[in-house]
Design a protein around this ligand. Structure first.
Ligand code: PCA
Length: 235
């Protein structure tokens, strides 16, 4: 896939094709698969609301993951970027509310790096909110029978790293016009074949995760101002 020149890079103009960039992660932490990539790859080429989904796999590596995401955005010029990751132990699909400017690895990434208390981007703001309609996404998932909840922490590992880098890029004036690209992050549970190795760990079937991704993409493409619905937590 070639990276276009300034002339050939597709713009966000009314006549250019509508694209959604959907990313999932490679396996990490001794897993042989990652449900985020397994579900994301199933939707490559899917058409929704006049837009086409483009699926990309991202390395579970601090730094490299962001460079891969940047390259995919440069290549595709999507109107919507939805990054998906695995959150083992969660029972629901969880759109993330907020990305924070901290790397604090409890485990090493796939390149053997474990940054502790480092900023994702030095000098950048402490946090960014998702620009996805997270409450509407949770509403629509639940209406379709898919367990879902807003999450107020994407952790401090590579998922939060990618989420923060995405939101910093989209908010940055250096990338003029990208304020129009909306984006955010969603964590998904283990697949059943992963959860069997961890007694009592919750899981979600692949069909439900893929159905959940379809619902969230459709909602994000059609809802531009989020709904006000309860979704907070006491702690
Ligand atoms: N989950 C990890 C990184 C990659 C993934 O799928 C996380 O939550 O940070």
């Amino acid at each position: 896939m070639t990276k276009g020149s300034a002339d050939s890079v597709p713009s966000l103009g009314a006549t250019s094709p509508r694209r959604v960039l959907l990313t999932g992660f490679e396996p990490f932490d001794a897993e042989s698969l990652n449900p985020s990539w397994e579900a994301v790859r199933a939707l490559d080429g899917w058409q929704c609301e006049g837009a086409t989904v483009h699926s990309r796999r991202i390395s579970c590596v601090f730094g490299a993951s962001l460079r891969e995401l940047d390259a995919a955005i440069d290549e595709l010029r999507p109107e919507l970027v939805l990054c998906i990751g695995q959150a083992g132990g969660r029972s629901e699909i969880t759109p993330e509310r907020i990305a924070i400017n901290i790397d604090d690895g409890r485990i090493c990434d796939n390149a053997g790096c474990q940054p502790i208390d480092q900023p994702v981007i030095a000098g950048a703001p402490a946090a960014y909110f998702s620009t996805l309609p997270i409450k509407a996404m949770v509403r629509d998932l639940r209406l379709a029978g898919v367990p879902a909840a807003v999450s107020n922490s994407a952790g401090t590992f590579v998922c939060n790293h990618l989420f923060f880098g995405l939101m910093h890029r989209l908010a940055s004036k250096a990338h003029g016009g990208e304020q129009r690209i909306r984006g955010g992050f969603v964590h998904v549970p283990y697949l059943p074949e992963q959860a069997v190795r961890f007694p009592s760990a919750p899981s979600m079937a692949m069909e439900s995760i893929v159905r959940g991704l379809r619902i969230m993409i459709a909602t994000a493409l059609s809802v531009h101002e989020d709904v006000q619905l309860g979704g907070g937590q006491l702690h």
